[in-house]
Design a protein. Structure first.
Length: 86
């Protein structure tokens, strides 16, 4: 856990130095956590012989990740549009 804390702290310092809004960094860290939890749950259910449930867990994880990523994608698209000369 100490190593994970060090990595998260390093990412936070990089975000502050780059003047990135911490909301985006926190969201990305949450998305990574959800991906790991969904993958772990999927593997456990596959090992238990429940492939159908495993695929549903995987799909649910992807939907949650997509829903959480929408604000970041919106800002990214808005930034790209601003950079394109009109």
């Amino acid at each position: 856990m100490d190593k994970i804390f060090e990595i998260i702290h390093m990412l936070e310092k990089l975000a502050v130095n780059a003047k990135v809004n911490m909301v985006y960094v926190e969201t990305i860290l949450k998305i990574i956590g959800i991906a790991y939890i969904a993958e772990f749950a999927t593997q456990i259910t596959k090992d238990a012989g429940q492939g159908a449930i495993a695929s549903k867990i995987e799909l649910a994880g992807k939907i949650i990740i997509l829903a959480m990523a929408i604000p970041i994608l919106t800002v990214l698209i808005e930034t790209i549009i601003k950079l394109i000369p009109s």
